[in-house]
Write a protein that binds this ligand. Structure first.
Ligand SMILES: *Cc1c(COP(=O)(O)O)cnc(C)c1O
Length: 334
């Protein structure tokens, strides 16, 4: 039995999800004529209390479009040093938007208003313009760490007071909400824009939705086109996303329970030096030689993701079943 814990992106569409895709009503979305894409966009916007939405192929694209739509060259964005935008989007902020980036050293990726305030630049000819703050919830490289609603609200108030755009990279926002026992309504009014990925823990084969104000989404639509992200009968993907939102949100807590159980075992092992606190579906742990341990586990049919020379990541997801958890526990202990 192959146990793939490299990412929550490795899930495959279930039979029921494929049926929903098969049945989807389709049109040409570049012409704005795909009813299923429209349905998804309206659904996600309404859930999070935003005016409008844009369906995109990936979360990288929704983040990159958001940065481009909110900034101009000579602007600067503030992120945490372990965030996805900084580490895993190919330096897209510079490539697409011509902006610079300044980084906090947060608590497993979570930044505070005080940390951000220190990075806001004064208005001089020789400095870029501080324009935008982007947070990530949950924080992938932070071991799936979670900002509480109060923390997100405090940063929202701070950004408003300072005139800064406030963006959420919500690749795993539904994991955060599950951990907090909250619904998307709790985020109403907090952000200028949010990226919501449906291809992570929710199990769709592709797709992220960018949400925000109407004029922002209008500009974003044009940016999606120039980045090559205008899709035609993309309702076939949107149908999978709608299915995922209707069926795969409530079960996320199972993934969190399984991740905690894996972490409990790892903590007992002599070859594991440290396990980051587990709040959601991500387990990051430290070993002497990540590549070596990764290769050893792969021989036992457990696939994990090396995250640095000494860090490994396991991510639980809807295709990681109870029998797989039992088998993984056995193999790790032995
Ligand atoms: C996965 C992920 C993204 C988007 O990644 P894509 O693979 O481009 O969809 C963005 N932010 C975070 C935190 C992620 O984990």
């Amino acid at each position: 039995m192959l146990i793939d814990l490299r990412s929550d992106t490795v899930t495959k569409p279930s039979a029921a999800m494929k049926q929903a895709m098969f049945n989807a009503e389709l049109g040409d979305d570049v012409f704005g004529e795909d009813p299923t894409v429209k349905q998804l966009e309206e659904k996600v916007a309404a859930m999070f209390g935003m005016e409008a939405a844009l369906f995109c192929p990936s979360g990288t694209m929704t983040n990159q479009i958001a940065i481009k739509a909110h900034t101009q060259p000579l602007d600067e964005i503030i992120c945490d040093k372990i965030c996805h935008i900084y580490n895993y989007e190919t330096g897209g902020w510079a490539f697409h938007s011509g902006v610079s980036i300044r980084l906090t050293d947060g608590d497993n990726g979570r930044m505070t208003a005080e940390q951000i305030e220190e990075l806001i630049l004064p208005d001089h000819d020789w400095l870029p313009n501080t324009r935008m703050v982007a947070i990530e919830n949950t924080v992938n490289k932070g071991g799936g760490s979670v900002y509480s609603i109060e923390e997100m609200k405090a940063l929202s108030d701070f950004c408003r007071a300072k005139g800064l755009i406030y963006h959420l990279d919500g690749a795993r926002i539904f994991n955060a909400l599950a951990a907090l026992n909250q619904k998307p309504e709790a985020l109403h009014g907090l952000f200028d824009s949010i990226s919501v990925c449906i291809s992570k823990g929710l199990g769709a084969p592709a797709g992220s939705v960018l949400i925000g104000k109407k004029d922002f989404i209008k500009r974003s639509r044009k940016l999606r086109k120039v980045m090559g992200g205008g899709m035609r009968q993309s309702g076939i993907l949107a149908a999978a996303c709608i299915y995922a939102l209707d069926n795969n949100v409530a079960r996320l807590k199972d993934d969190h329970t399984k991740a905690s159980q894996l972490a409990e075992i790892l903590q007992e092992l002599t070859w594991v030096k440290k396990v980051l606190p587990v709040q959601t579906n991500i387990v990051i742990f430290e070993v002497a030689d990540a590549a070596g341990v990764g290769a050893q586990l792969a021989k036992e049919d457990i696939r994990v993701q090396p995250f640095s020379p000494t860090l490994l990541r396991m991510v639980t997801h809807l295709d990681f079943t109870e029998p797989m958890l039992a088998r993984a526990k056995e193999l790790l202990i032995k």
